[in-house]
Design a protein around this ligand. Structure first.
Ligand code: ATP
Length: 583
């Protein structure tokens, strides 16, 4: 039983156990909600039997009935409390754990996954799917199980009591069930439509937020809003038609169940006149007919989410089953040389980005990756930190294949300074401290000074305590880069991956960044994607990548004298800068 629940409902062992308890209390509550009927039976039994000429005189006064009413209320309240605790509390805990597990999973997924997947889709799965599951598990599923058991027990009891009236009462139940089951396909289609349209809207909003600058710059607001309006309309239409279909089906099923009351009235009256049942039994069935289908009505109200449950569970399962990069967590390389050994790589099948790339970036040296745009420089730098796994060949760190090392363990040895610096909406101090949690303020200030941050931070209203806005919106490109260098300095990892800022920076900023970088790369294994000839001139080794292949590699002077691609690049740059930049 537990295993079934764990498999089908994606619950943990504890969750499944508590779920059974919750269902049991829901069943008890269903029975407890019949207590008013019992109350009326007792009353009727005592006061009506004498009126119908049967034996017995009312023996209890009104206080007896008040006491019973209070007792029933207390019993119902206690059961409701127990049911709430075991169902809701458990389900919300389970849901929180599931969200944490998914977030943890996301953290471990390779970057390749994020490149392919829509991010709003991911957050929808974590938040929206989970919320729906939470709601379904707390309201609909235990109620469904409990209602089936409740109706079965009650059905048997009423059949034993009086099979003719029982038949009159219960005949619509299988009919309503058939209507509901037949509508399953339609309801699922509707739910899927609502779900897809709501995703369209959230993706559009997300995209608008991500590209707000471009939208404004190219005066695309009107088109953006028009598209959003259209998608919102579609969403609204899907909601309305979904609600209509569900409303129609659910209400007709509920209406069918009401026929039970009608036929009890008619059949009961006939049986009463014929003398086959007494008035008491007739009244009992009339009361039962108004109460017995209440739990099942509750299930009908949540039917749509119930039918869509497995789709949501499957989506969650798909995410849980995504392959993550794993590897050894003990790792102590003999040195920090990075070696590319016949590496082939493609982001998408059929579009190879790196072909048979081999080179060594030695510890204590600066290795510069140069070459035309799209040649594979950034890709190589990212592969060196196992952001992706290579398709064939190996990347070695200190003679060990990085494919065998756990990515988190591996990244402890890397400082990464890329162009797209991500900053958090907190103080400059905290943004730098991300480099090494637990670093003291003095340590942060020291590296900030080395990275030339003092000059602009001192102009901010609260200095290093200034909160810099979402993704550092209040800072310039060069300032952001300096914070990123300060982070890397604080981490002080033996390997530095550096994607140099482009020529868009002004000379002053460039000089300051260069000063920070010189400090950062001292005695490290440095793999730099070089855009400036100045860096190239100070590099110990140059690797020229073109069309994903290593076309030249060696010391700068050697390559210059070869008069190949690199020599051509240096020449062109010198011509552009009037012969000043090549150093
Ligand atoms: N995430 C990705 N998914 C698919 N293709 C990608 C991805 N990133 C890069 N590419 C492709 O891989 C090739 C190499 O890109 P890469 O960024 O490594 O080149 P690069 O030499 O660093 O270029 P640049 O100097 O312009 O930054 C390009 O054709 C690019 O379109």
């Amino acid at each position: 039983m537990l295993k079934f629940l764990m498999d089908r409902l994606a619950l943990s062992r504890k969750g499944a156990g508590d779920f059974v308890k919750g269902t049991f209390f829901t069943l008890l509550l269903d029975f407890a909600l019949m207590l008013p009927a019992v109350y009326v039976f007792l009353f009727l039994d005592e006061y009506l039997r004498p009126l119908t000429g049967e034996a017995g005189v009312p023996g209890n006064d009104i206080r007896y009935y008040i006491a019973i009413a209070v007792l029933f209320i207390i019993v119902t309240w206690v059961i409701a409390r127990l049911q709430y605790r075991s169902t809701y509390t458990t389900i919300y805990e389970e849901s929180a754990n599931r969200r944490l597990a998914l977030a943890e999973k996301l953290r471990k997924l390779p970057l390749s996954f994020f490149a392919e997947k829509n991010l709003s889709d991911l957050s929808s799965t974590i938040m929206q799917d989970n919320t729906e599951l939470e709601h379904t598990f707390s309201h609909a599923v235990p109620q469904l199980f409990a209602s089936v058991i409740f109706l079965t027990i009650m059905g048997i009891m009423v059949f034993v009591y009086n099979w003719m009236l029982a038949l009159a009462l219960l005949w619509p139940a299988p009919l309503a069930l058939v209507v509901i089951l037949l509508s399953k396909k339609m309801q699922r289609k509707n739910q899927k439509n609502v779900y897809d349209q709501s995703r369209n809207v959230s993706e559009h909003i997300q995209e608008g937020l991500d590209t707000i600058q471009e939208i404004k710059a190219y005066s695309n607001e009107e088109k953006y809003l028009r598209d959003l309006d259209r998608k919102l309309d579609n969403y609204e239409r899907s909601l309305i038609s979904g609600e209509l279909v569900i409303g129609l089906l659910v209400n007709s099923s509920k209406g069918l169940l009401k026929l039970g009351l009608v036929s009890v009235i008619l059949v009961g009256a006939g049986l009463l006149v014929a003398g086959s049942v007494d008035l008491f039994t007739y009244l009992v069935f009339l009361i039962l007919a108004t109460l017995i289908f209440e739990p099942i009505n509750e299930v009908f109200n949540n039917l749509a989410v119930l039918f869509y449950l497995d789709v949501r569970i499957n989506r969650m399962r798909e995410m849980e089953a995504l392959p993550v990069y794993t590897g050894r967590t003990e790792f102590s390389p003999e040195n920090f040389d990075i070696g590319f050994d016949h590496v082939d790589f493609s982001y998408e099948t059929g579009k190879q980005v790196l072909r048979d790339v081999s080179f060594i970036a030695k510890q204590g040296e600066i290795t510069a990756l140069v070459g035309p745009s799209g040649g594979g420089k950034s890709t190589s730098a990212k592969l060196a930190a196992r952001f992706w796994d290579v398709n064939s060949g190996r990347i070695l760190l200190g003679n060990q294949d990085i494919k065998e090392i756990d990515p988190e363990t591996l990244l402890k040895y890397y400082s990464v300074v890329f162009q797209d610096v991500v900053l958090f909406n907190t103080s400059v101090m905290e943004n730098i401290r991300i480099g090494r949690h637990g670093a003291s303020d003095e340590e942060v200030l020291r590296v900030a000074g080395l990275a030339q941050c003092d000059e602009f931070v001192n102009k901010l209203p609260d200095g290093y305590q200034t909160v810099i806005g979402e993704n550092g919106e209040k800072l310039s490109g060069g300032e952001r880069q300096r914070i990123s260098i300060a982070r890397a300095l604080l981490k002080d990892a033996p390997i530095v991956l550096l994607d140099e800022a482009t020529a868009s920076l002004d000379v002053e900023n460039e000089t300051r960044i260069q000063a920070g970088i010189s400090e950062l790369v001292r005695n490290k294994t440095v793999l730099v994607i070089a855009h400036r000839m100045r860096t190239v001139a100070t590099a110990d080794k140059i690797v020229v990548l073109e069309n994903g292949m290593v076309k030249e590699s060696g010391r700068p002077e050697e390559l210059k004298s070869m008069n190949g691609i690199f020599a051509g690049m240096v020449r062109r740059q010198m011509e552009m800068t009037g012969g000043k930049a090549a150093g």
